[in-house]
Design a protein. Sequence first.
Length: 131
Amino acid sequence: EHRKKYEALRRQMASSKKSAGTAAGDEIDTISFELDENGNEILPLQDWEIDEQVRSPRALRKQSDCFAKYANGRAQKVMVNFVIEQSGSVQGLRTNAQGELNTCLIDAFSSLKFRRFGGTRKRVSYPLVYD
């Protein structure tokens, strides 16, 4: 399924490059991607991929467990901030939660793994609401 989406994105980018041959299109910078060991482009990480990973059943279960154990039955609104490196690892995790809830959420989000990607690192701010 992911390969189909990547192929569609690659075809879309190729067709937009072909149609950009006008005088106005000559001013557009082309986007360059990193290459893997086989010389294939490594595409940037898309927002839907991040959302898919953060909302996976495994990730949601870990997040819910944190709130169930440490929110003491109180409604909570927590902002989780992190950076995804090109290697796919999660770095710089911070939340506005306090105490053990903060520690638990950092552990839950640090276990997320993303695919290796080209382009720049991705900064993510993810809101969590527990009622």
